[in-house]
Design a protein around this ligand. Structure first.
Ligand SMILES: [Zn+2]
Length: 302
């Protein structure tokens, strides 16, 4: 479960998912928080309004009615796919429901459908859904024949995905009211398992192109190759680069210029470098160590 999104973050999450949002006047502070808890939240619940017309449905969902004060959801999803935000807090949409369903949503451990609900508002084992779920009311008569336009279904998918993405949930955190309460039939006219498939597919897709990270820059200096490297009689451009740096430091003890094959001349040159740094005794035996190597700043060669 998670801390509910602030109004600003809710709005930003929806817009980032490509939702066309309309902010109903006063929505940011319109809630039922004085009547009970809001959060921690576990998921998203989808409903139908049993009404027609966007404006009147939004007004109803914001105001509520005698016996059920508004807000009745967080957002109203119109038939044209616009989403009208009416609350950012506790809303009267879910009512009491089944604790086993809540558990299934929290763990997202179920197959196509959560367990069949056996509780409802007012029943003895019911738990408060209004504190646990974001709610979205979709404008539809709920008679099974009122059409669900593609734009509206697309908005349901995007709204659900936006909240899942914001909270790190999978699509199984999205349920219909009928999956929460054995008294309810909404949403009617499309299946929640299919909608969850759509949401999960959207979540699986890249959310937004991320800025390309710059390729890590090559180090400016050759990292210390390790003491064993020099004892292995190496032939390497690293040895040549080292010799050139020793020459530049006035420590070259070469008869001919430095080459790739580690030699006694390299050892004697390196010993001069160690002495120049102040090392003495076995610390100035000509065999490179990390401290003197890093001080030499051999240019990166590979
Ligand atoms: Zn409902």
């Amino acid at each position: 479960m998670a801390t509910p999104l602030s109004a600003d973050r809710l709005l930003a999450a929806l817009r980032a998912e490509g939702v066309t949002v309309v902010e109903h006047p006063g929505w940011r502070t319109h809630d039922r928080n004085r009547a009970g808890a809001w959060g921690p939240v576990a998921g998203v619940m989808i409903h139908h309004t049993v009404s027609t017309g966007t404006a009147s449905s939004v007004a109803l969902c914001s105001d509520g009615y005698a016996g059920l004060p508004g807000p009745l959801c967080h957002g109203v999803i119109a038939k044209d796919g616009t989403v009208h935000l009416v609350s950012a807090g506790r809303a009267n949409h879910a009512g009491g429901g089944d604790p086993s369903v809540l558990r299934a949503v929290v763990t997202e451990a179920y197959g196509d459908r959560p367990p069949v609900p056996r509780e409802h508002q007012g029943s003895s084992g019911a738990v408060d859904g209004n504190s646990r779920f974001y709610g979205f009311e979709c404008v539809n008569l709920g008679n099974g024949t009122d059409p669900w336009p593609a734009a509206q279904l697309d908005a349901i998918e995007r709204v659900s995905a936006a909240l899942c993405r914001a909270h790190g949930w999978g699509a199984k955190s999205v349920i219909g009211h009928l999956e929460w309460s054995d008294w309810k039939s909404d949403p009617k006219g499309f299946g929640m398992p299919g909608m969850r498939d759509r949401v999960q597919k959207r979540l699986g897709a890249a959310p937004a192109p991320k800025p390309t990270a710059p390729a890590p820059a090559a180090p400016r200096h050759q990292p210390f190759p390790g003491a064993a490297f020099f004892r292995s009689n190496p032939s390497s451009p690293v040895v040549t680069a080292m010799g050139r740096r020793l020459m530049a430091e006035g420590c070259g003890r070469y008869q001919v210029g430095p080459g790739p094959r580690w030699s006694e001349a390299d050892r004697r040159s390196y010993e001069a470098w160690q002495r120049k740094l102040g090392f003495r005794g076995s610390d100035a035996d000509g065999w490179p160590g990390a401290a003197s190597w890093n001080a030499l700043k051999v240019p990166y060669t590979k």
